[in-house]
Design a binder for this molecule. Sequence first.
Ligand code: ARG
Ligand code: ZN
Ligand code: CA
Length: 327
Amino acid sequence: MKKLLFGALALGMLAACNTTTESTENTTDDALTSVASRKSCPSEEIRANLLATNPEAKARYSKIESGVDSFIKAKRAGRVNADGSIDIPVVVNVLYKTTTENVSDAKIAEQIAILNADYAGSNSDASKIPTEFSGVKAGDTKVRFHLVSTVRKKTTKTKWGTNDAMKKSSTGGINATSPSSYFNIWVVGNMGGILGYATFPESAGLWNDGVVIAAPYFGATGATAPYNLGRTATHEVGHYLNLRHIWGDATCGSDLVADTPTQTGANYGKPTYPLYNTCGGVSRSVMFMNYMDYVDDAAMFMFSAGQKDRIQATVASAGPRAGLRTY
Ligand code: ARG
Ligand code: ZN
Ligand code: CA
């Protein structure tokens, strides 16, 4: 009985593999007999001996470890949240001359939260969606954003343009972080009248892939009216996820989305619903409250179901931005 109990105890300790810092240059026999008193774990030493002397075992070992690697990669490839949404990792690159341009961590968090609300359809002003469009609203587009890192760089540059200089260190900018697997945002001090600009999915993974936002329109707190609800980013991210301007950048042009009414052109300011346009002989209210129009931040508060389909096609496993799922 006593012997049996001791045996069980010794076995338990072997299984638990309690390692200590003491020297482990014992032989296998030594280790087994003294396990209860010395609590050492000889497994790796035994293995080292096996791998050094048995090439077949060594080959199996290598195969096992590469299998572990691909399992982890595959698991990450399913970068899907419990609710089915895709988790997009974000890198924010800040180029600043003044302290105001050096947007705070709090402001970056605020902007990410705005993106998450707008893309989930949980923005508080979603309640303003006209009944006519409530049947075609996207609701939750099933993409989410989370900040993985922030890169900051002081510059003497006072004005930036649309030539991507901010995206290369050789031109005074910050190089993108792994643009095929991370969504890069550059925040720059000033771009004149331009609030922001984006690359579309055909640029996926290229050095200049991502969106640029001028600091005064980044986040909401202290931002410049009437673009002070963080929706320049919502709009630019729409382009990044393959959404076109709702008017199709032409008179009665197409945005390749069936449920957004054709409109004569861009809308500005704060239009009131209904706003009738006639395209192809049909008069009906346009969806000016769509994030992909040019209205003020307070006047835009929805994506359509058709736009959601395009977003989903973009981040799908076989989509052009599938790389965002594997980081
Ligand atoms: N003009 C910019 C663009 O077309 C951004 C427009 C954003 N509009 C807004 N209300 N924040 O990419
Ligand atoms: Zn745009
Ligand atoms: Ca349309």
